[in-house]
Design a binder for this molecule. Sequence first.
Ligand code: 26W
Length: 764
Amino acid sequence: MAIKFETAVKEELAKYGVEIETADIKQLYNAVSSAALSQVAKKWNRQKKTKRAAYLSAEFLIGRVVYANLLNGGLLDRFKELMIKHDADPEIFERIGDPALGNGGLGRLAACYLESAAYCGIGLDGYGIRYRYGLFRQQIENGFQREYADDWLKWGDPWSVRKDYDAVKVQFGDGYVTAVPYDMAIIGKNGATVNTLRLWQAESDEPFDFNLFNMQKYEKAADSRLKAERLSDVLYPNDDTLQGKKLRLRQEYFFSSASIIDMLRKCGDKPFSSQYAVQLNDSHPTVAIPELILRLTEGGMTFNEAFNEARKTFSYTNHTVMPEAMEKWSLSLMRSVIPHIIPVLRQIQKRLRAELSAKGITDFTPYDIIDNDTVHMARLAVFVSHKVNGVAAIHTEILKDTVLKEWHDLNPDSIINVTNGITPRRWLALCNPELAELVADTLGEDASLTLKGIDRLQDFANDKAFIEKIKQIKRIKKEQLAHYIFEREKREIRLDAIYDVQIKRLHEYKRQLLNILSVLDTCFRIESGELADFTPTVYIFGGKAAPGYYMAKAVIKLINAVSEYVEASPQLRDKIQVVFVTDYNVSYAEKIIPAADISEQISLAGTEASGTGNMKLMLNGAVTLGTYDGANVEIVEQAGEQNNYIFGLRVEEVEKLKGDYTPMRYIDSNPRLKRVVDALTDGTLQDDGSGMFSDLSDSLKNEDRYMVCADFASYCDTRDRLNREYRDEDSFASKRIMNIAGAGYFSSDRSVGEYAKRIWGIKK
Ligand code: 26W
């Protein structure tokens, strides 16, 4: 086997006429990937005929896959040895760009689940879209975000196999589009299980119209091809609203329909629900429901038979309670894009009303799937699914109490919680081999790869020698991060400081604004002498703002302005650094997370469904500075409240405050808050004439939808306490250890196991 992989790599390279020593990065990447893929090819093509689950998702944020696949394929060590033997750099693929086919948490979760399912031997395949361009590449110019196309395919795509003979036709109101699958192998532990991520690419059957060409209408001749291809061109860079984007609806139907057709084909004569469980990752693939029903009735079933089959098959995961993120399509738009689906929707609505009537319900308003010209996708998903789940305990309770209250009353067993998880292979073994090795040495290799039994680290929380090792590893990871940031951002960050990290999409509800205003407050207090003993801190921010999201972009500008303010002040410079890292993505996360001391999870209580970055940071020995929101609640439960820093309003308090919330009351009564809000408009900070800072100020004073002002004092106080307590490095290291020890519950192996057992009815 050892020889086989090496020989395979060399044979692949021979195709380019090069050897390991002379190959360029792209050649090596393609050769190593193809060689590794060939090792699992047999297993991949030999799939057992048992019930499988399909994860339908508009996003799969898989990140760089080469190291992860080598690890799971059992080839990583051999690869590294091979490289060293030939005097080549085993880290060379660090330069390969990420396929960023997702926005944030929802897409990354899908990737973690696929990896975990394969690792645990659960038959789960992913279905999505092969976007030509992933989430935009971010640059910061003069403190402002600028967006550029993300051409991820420029590195080649050696992990995908195009399957022309599996192409299907997807019907639209204006004709057909061909969906061509590209399959990616999802490799489980030692290659024992190999599942598939099937991403559909839109193409045209008739790429070129020679009649038009002959009539000298050259541009028109390629129209149908261009129109078809445009469909899978880009990922929508929004993670809240789509405002009736026609192309997005086409995308959703495109991959939903293609996936259902694909599964139906594989089912043969067997009942669909005996062969497939289909998980809808948010409401985005919900049109798969009427699509399945339509096809089953075309195959001879009655509507009710098809409906029942669909209900046995589908389940739906909700990832957000933000009203603007609840997908709604206008009926007329749907009619123009997918007219053949409308009659099915009407029948589903009829059935809904019949079920409601049977239960004595007469007011259909909160339930109607079609209400006038609006189609409610989440309602459709909830109605037809046999199980609906939230992604953290508190989120699920909110769903039951508010957002989906009516549905919960109707059917109390159908809404369940499956707390999110993260794969320990990527988020420990690969990104932090130093810590993984310590865990393996202390508890056995299994603990570092699966987190099983990692709670036993609690016994080492006060062990002097272990504490030293933990501190040393953190130091090493900070050095590596500082080096990386220097390379990428051309900025030097100090090592002997707290690394305080907020990395996630820019969104008002996540409150990066609260963070940066508190940093500014710290600056002012240091300058005035109010804050004498302060542990030097590097504040690291990373994340993208949707290109059309003005307020989020204003916050980026503000973070960069505060950074400049600090740099200009000799008094602040040696205590504080503010760094906004550019183009944050999965690979960047893998660098930042292991070096972090503080995990900022400061969303307004009740707004963050779960969060998963919080879990990754905890596993890597950071403490949480956060609100009682999303998975933070469970993190604190697992790792101990005394080992984390919780502040701010609770969900119930937020609810009470709503209605007569007046931010000015907080601003007027808190001089420190007033000072930082004033700094937005009094010339202290420069927004280069964009008007962004006064818009931020107005929004804080007039609405402050996410109650930054209400939580400001409590946040600053808790942060101060953390800053003081950090100085006792040994006791802080104990807190780190308790967090690592508590992270076992957040392995996505556990999450996926729960889906398999409680929702899909699938055994390992
Ligand atoms: C309509 C466009 C759109 C696209 C994506 C709307 C909403 C989304 C997602 C819901 C955004 C998202 O990534 N949500 C995150 O999902 C994670 C995985 O469950 C959670 O951990 C995060 O709390 C949630 O914000």
